[in-house]
Design a protein around this ligand. Structure first.
Ligand code: HEM
Length: 133
């Protein structure tokens, strides 16, 4: 079964206490029933409707128990090319460049290591060949 795709229009349409959708990590959750039970109160959740709530949710450092509650509230995936860009895109490109940087870093480590190893091998060879003659 294909996951339901939720558009930005739909996300915005569920921004009142009668029906509340939250966008977290590119997925949309129906938190209408949960909002009254939320230990952090309803205002904080209502303040995050119609936009990417990921940062606010993660800033609090929610427990694994809190995350486990999300599974039952899932509506579907947030539309990728929706008007609202989620926070993830720039982050993933940043982590890509970090990966490239670390590859370059590794390359330059090797550039030092190879001549050094050759130098060590040369002195070892000289030491042993002198000793045997
Ligand atoms: C559907 C999404 C959410 C769920 C399932 C959820 C669940 C929970 C749970 C179970 C706790 C108790 C502590 C813990 O277990 O971590 C908690 C605390 C809290 N939550 Fe959420 N939360 C959600 C969204 C949000 C959002 C969007 C905010 C916005 C800032 C928020 C703000 C807080 C705060 C401030 C507390 C601390 C309350 C206190 O300790 O006094 N939560 N949440």
């Amino acid at each position: 079964m294909a996951a339901k795709i939720v558009t930005y229009e739909e996300l915005k349409a569920h921004s009142s206490k009668d029906s509340v959708y939250l966008l977290l990590h590119e997925k949309v959750y129906d938190v209408t029933k949960f909002i009254d039970e939320h230990p952090g109160g309803d205002e904080v959740i209502l303040a995050e409707t119609g936009r990417d709530a990921t940062e606010a949710f993660e800033d609090v450092g929610h427990s694994d128990e809190a995350r486990a509650l999300l599974a039952d509230m899932l509506v579907g995936e947030f539309e990728k090319n929706s008007e609202l860009k989620t926070k993830k895109a720039p982050q993933s490109s940043a982590s890509h460049s970090t990966a490239v940087n670390s590859a370059v870093q590794q390359g330059s480590n090797l550039m030092y290591f190879v001549p050094l190893a050759m130098l060590v091998a040369y002195f070892a060879w000289r030491f042993y060949s002198n000793g045997s003659v």
